[in-house]
Ligand binder design. Structure first.
Ligand SMILES: Cc1cc2nc3c(=O)[nH]c(=O)nc-3n(C[C@H](O)[C@H](O)[C@H](O)COP(=O)(O)OP(=O)(O)OC[C@H]3O[C@@H](n4cnc5c(N)ncnc54)[C@H](O)[C@@H]3O)c2cc1C
Ligand SMILES: *[C@@H]1O[C@H](CO)[C@@H](O)[C@H](O)[C@H]1NC(C)=O
Ligand SMILES: *[C@@H]1O[C@H](CO)[C@@H](O)[C@H](O)[C@H]1NC(C)=O
Ligand SMILES: *[C@@H]1O[C@H](CO)[C@@H](O)[C@H](O)[C@H]1NC(C)=O
Ligand SMILES: *[C@@H]1O[C@H](CO)[C@@H](O)[C@H](O)[C@H]1NC(C)=O
Ligand SMILES: *[C@@H]1O[C@H](CO)[C@@H](O)[C@H](O)[C@H]1NC(C)=O
Ligand SMILES: *[C@@H]1O[C@H](CO)[C@@H](O)[C@H](O)[C@H]1NC(C)=O
Ligand SMILES: *[C@@H]1O[C@H](CO)[C@@H](O)[C@H](O)[C@H]1NC(C)=O
Ligand SMILES: *[C@@H]1O[C@H](CO)[C@@H](O)[C@H](O)[C@H]1NC(C)=O
Ligand SMILES: *[C@@H]1O[C@H](CO)[C@@H](O)[C@H](O)[C@H]1NC(C)=O
Ligand SMILES: *[C@@H]1O[C@H](CO)[C@@H](O)[C@H](O)[C@H]1NC(C)=O
Ligand SMILES: *[C@@H]1O[C@H](CO)[C@@H](O)[C@H](O)[C@H]1NC(C)=O
Ligand SMILES: *[C@@H]1O[C@H](CO)[C@@H](O)[C@H](O)[C@H]1NC(C)=O
Length: 609
């Protein structure tokens, strides 16, 4: 996918976009320094809360976002171009991870959206909700029935606007309408541009139905995620639907909502009385972001205060960083950095959990893959600009699936099954009609088919730590990938399984063979260590960090937040984003984070009533 030519081409192609009314760009435009609620981060979760709280016209809300506007940027609008929106662009935080011992010492870029909509603006648009088993486990370990799927499923109706595919094809059998919402905020749609590999994938679910059964709906919830089916994407009419183009766009005419961009929050400060041992954290300090158009005021600190609550929605990395800069974290770790401890909460930044990505790239016959379109994108880009149709109006995959390692696998002699239940997968398989390897340039010639594998139930846990007390310094992100027996075992079995998939009769007149040396070695390996070496050399991430401010019961001392998402030891402070999930969901997480933020909004509304 990542052809540098395609990247530079689309990055210079910008649309004229109208700026949204509620959005201001400088602290001097603030209507007040006091608001009922202050939301830190205009991301996937933060904009849901901003929309829901301002449904009441008497409630004033300020959203502070470090990043830029999303208006007029083609790579974040055309679904297929999502992978060109990051890394190391104007809409990215430009992080890298520390050297990974489980990946032979490698490091790589770790993108996070720094733009209205956050990661929902730069992600790859795969839209799912996790399984009911994920939500029921969360309810059990937080001891809050409200997180059960039985309660959470109602939020699909408020959240989702299921939309016909752009090619208008008959979608019967590709999704189950009763599992979906049709009047919500975020557009979700099935594929709208056929790939020549699609019928071969579907044929394989018949030819090898025991190992790769067909699944009629891939959204999760009460429907098992196991099997292979049609991808649902957060897009409608050939354009990405992010929290910015949906929840924010649908609320931006409300006079009570103010969104300030180019505002980097540097810390939360105590204001007001400590009651019942809880320290009030209702003031927020920020400064103009270093890359803002007018940077003369960059070092000036502005303080704003919430009458009711501050809601941290800065994501798994940003929320951790802000908590620690505010003295909320391991007191010994923070004191060593010269930061005064305010709340000793040892697991802030611990338990980082992520999904990994391994692209298995095959050479294929003919020229019906999308590789030549990626090499020469002009006509396809013009078609998208004029008509919002064609390859770039569609996502990067049409079919994908989720699978488990067998219950009699030897690893279960040593490890308890980390999946939340029997309908939840251990790994994922994604099919792309081209060279698809985030971070690795596409070759100048050749046609490719990529089977990407993702570890869905990892047991490795990493950390996010501050490099220094400088709020503008990048944090140290160490996911500790593949550092458990279970994780490497599962990836090894996934590689073997995907090779069996590629040997189905449906592919015999299409696939020529594995492309790169490492994959060729793994493909013909008789020794597991050869496969392990391939996995450790090639595997990267699919960008789902979570768990760094995990939820637990009200009396838990290891959790960072309570079941109502209030921060332990604090008053007036809640966390609403991906960092609160103690276990990463068994699917792509954006949809699950939307549902979490919908319920969080209800909790916040009822707690102030
Ligand atoms: C390249 C990529 C591809 C992905 N693909 C998929 C996919 O296909 N499907 C899927 O489900 N998930 C995908 N994900 C993951 C998913 O998008 C994220 O897990 C999810 O959107 C995170 O939501 P959030 O609300 O927790 O945080 P975010 O959406 O990251 O929001 C955090 C916001 O806070 C802002 N912020 C951070 N620090 C500060 C600060 N100090 N001051 C002010 N503002 C701050 C950020 O700029 C950002 O706008 C992908 C992620 C990436 C990066
Ligand atoms: C808003 O405030 C007005 C005046 O105080 C009150 O009459 C009205 O009921 C309030 N509306 C809501 C939704 O709280
Ligand atoms: C990330 O890198 C891009 C390209 O160099 C730059 O425009 C952007 O401002 C950088 N972001 C940050 C947070 O430094
Ligand atoms: C779509 O296909 C199904 C089954 O193949 C059929 O029953 C249905 O009538 C079709 N719908 C339309 C609108 O053609
Ligand atoms: C795509 O394929 C489906 C069959 O899977 C077919 O119904 C549809 O018409 C095709 N769309 C286009 C645009 O060719
Ligand atoms: C599936 O495979 C069979 C046998 O190889 C073939 O006849 C059929 O056309 C294929 N179906 C599709 C949809 O390609
Ligand atoms: C919110 O709206 C009310 C009127 O509905 C107005 O009095 C108040 O100033 C507004 N607050 C903000 C921050 O816009
Ligand atoms: C830490 O607290 C002490 C005592 O209250 C104060 O003097 C000092 O300035 C604080 N340091 C920082 C970095 O805030
Ligand atoms: C856009 O659609 C119009 C009308 O269908 C068509 O004439 C035109 O060729 C299309 N443009 C592109 C670039 O495909
Ligand atoms: C697991 O069970 C399957 C089917 O019964 C069998 O073929 C396989 O050899 C077993 N694997 C192990 C490791 O026992
Ligand atoms: C289970 O643990 C034993 C002892 O540590 C080890 O020898 C064996 O390889 C492990 N088995 C698997 C499948 O990881
Ligand atoms: C914590 O609270 C739960 C109920 O919320 C209770 O079941 C559990 O026993 C308590 N644990 C401790 C250590 O008090
Ligand atoms: C987080 O990790 C720590 C250290 O590994 C562990 O003790 C703690 O129980 C975990 N906390 C949660 C909430 O999962």
């Amino acid at each position: 996918m990542r052809s540098s030519r395609l990247l530079s081409f689309v990055l210079t192609s910008c649309l004229i976009g109208s700026s949204l009314a509620a959005i201001i760009t400088s602290p001097s435009q603030l209507p007040s320094t006091t608001f009922d609620y202050i939301i830190v981060g205009a991301g996937n979760a933060g904009l849901v809360v901003a929309n829901r709280l301002t449904e009441n016209a008497n409630v004033s809300v300020l959203v502070l976002e470090a990043g830029v506007s999303d208006a007029g940027i083609i790579p974040v609008q055309a679904p297929f171009l999502g992978p060109t929106a990051t890394p190391n662009t104007a809409v990215d935080w430009n992080y890298t991870i520390t050297d990974q011992t489980g990946l032979n010492g490698r490091t790589f870029a770790y993108p996070r959206g720094r733009v209205l909509g956050g990661c929902s603006t730069v992600n790859y648009l795969f839209h799912q909700y996790g399984t009911d088993e994920d939500w029921n486990r969360l309810a059990t370990l937080s001891n809050d029935e409200g997180w059960t799927w039985n309660n959470m499923k109602q939020y699909i109706q408020k959240h989702e606007k299921f939309t016909p595919p752009i090619d208008g094809h008959n979608t019967t059998g590709q999704f189950i309408p009763s599992l979906h919402g049709f009047n919500g905020e975020v557009s979700v749609s099935l594929p709208g541009f056929n790939m020549t590999i699609d019928p071969r994938v579907i044929n394989t679910t018949q030819e090898l139905s025991a190992e790769f059964p067909y699944n009629q709906d891939m959204s999760g919830g009460s429907q098992s995620l196991l099997g292979i089916g049609w991808l649902q994407s957060s897009a409608g009419g050939g354009v990405r639907s992010s929290s910015s183009t949906s929840y924010l766009a649908n609320a931006n005419s409300r006079p009570n909502l103010t969104v300030l961009i180019h505002a980097t929050v540097t810390k939360l400060v105590q204001s007001g009385a400590t009651t019942a041992g809880l320290k009030s954290f209702r003031s927020v300090q920020f400064q103009v972001s270093p890359d803002a158009p007018a940077v003369s005021t960059a070092s000036q600190v502005t303080t704003v205060t919430a009458k009711k609550e501050v809601i941290l929605s800065a994501g798994a990395i940003g929320t951790t960083q802000i908590l620690k800069l505010s003295g909320i974290g391991s007191s010994s770790e923070l004191t060593a950095l010269g930061i005064n401890s305010t709340i000793d909460s040892p697991n802030v930044g611990e338990n980082l959990s992520d999904h990994t990505l391994l692209p298995n790239i095959f050479s294929v016959k003919g020229n019906l893959s999308f590789d030549n379109i990626i090499r020469n994108p002009t006509a396809t880009l013009n078609q998208w600009i004029q008509n919002k149709t064609g390859v770039f109006a569609n996502n990067v995959a049409n079919n994908f699936g989720f699978l488990r390692i067998p219950s009699n696998a030897t690893i279960f002699q040593n490890t308890t099954d980390p999946a939340p239940g029997p309908k939840s997968p251990h790994w994922e398989i994604i099919f792309a009609n081209n060279w698809f390897s985030p971070g690795v340039a596409q070759p100048a010639t050749g046609s490719f088919f990529t089977i990407t594998l993702v570890l869905i139930s990892p047991t490795s846990r990493g950390t996010v730590k501050l490099a220094s007390s400088n709020p503008l310094a990048k944090p140290l992100i160490d996911p500790k990938y593949l550092t458990t027996e279970f994780d490497i075992f599962t990836m090894r079995e996934a590689v073997k399984s995907s090779i069996r998939f590629s040997k189905a009769p449906a592919w015999s007149d299409y696939i020529t063979g594995p492309f790169a040396d490492g994959f060729q070695n793994a493909f013909s390996a008789t020794d597991d260590s050869v496969i392990d070496q391939y996995v450790r050399e090639v595997m990267t991430t699919i960008f789902h960090p979570m768990g760094t401010a995990a939820m637990g019961t009200f009396n838990s001392t290891s959790a960072v937040v309570n079941p109502d998402l209030t921060v332990k030891g604090a008053s007036g402070l809640r966390i609403v984003d991906g960092s609160v999930f103690p276990y990463i969901p068994s699917s792509h997480p954006s949809g699950a984070i939307y549902l979490l933020a919908e319920r969080a909004s209800d909790i916040i509304k009822s707690s102030s009533a």
